[in-house]
Design a protein around this ligand. Structure first.
Ligand SMILES: [Zn+2]
Length: 62
């Protein structure tokens, strides 16, 4: 089983910046099925990233 903090949370952030390897993707999906706190964290990270992108756009539009 994956270790949440050491292996899963970095992947959850990295997948927003780069495509994951097939193996990483598979492991991540399997883990997310079993682990509620990582699912929650993944949602959170995604929201944060969307927010920061939105702010960036706002800045550029000046
Ligand atoms: Zn987990």
């Amino acid at each position: 089983m994956f270790s949440c903090r050491r292996e899963v949370t970095p992947l959850l952030s990295e997948r927003l910046d780069r495509p994951l390897l097939f193996r990483e993707q598979t492991n991540l999906q399997l883990h997310l099925l079993a682990c509620r706190s990582c699912r929650h964290y993944g949602k959170h990270v995604k929201t944060l990233s969307q927010l920061s992108k939105a702010f960036k756009k706002f800045d550029d539009g000046k």
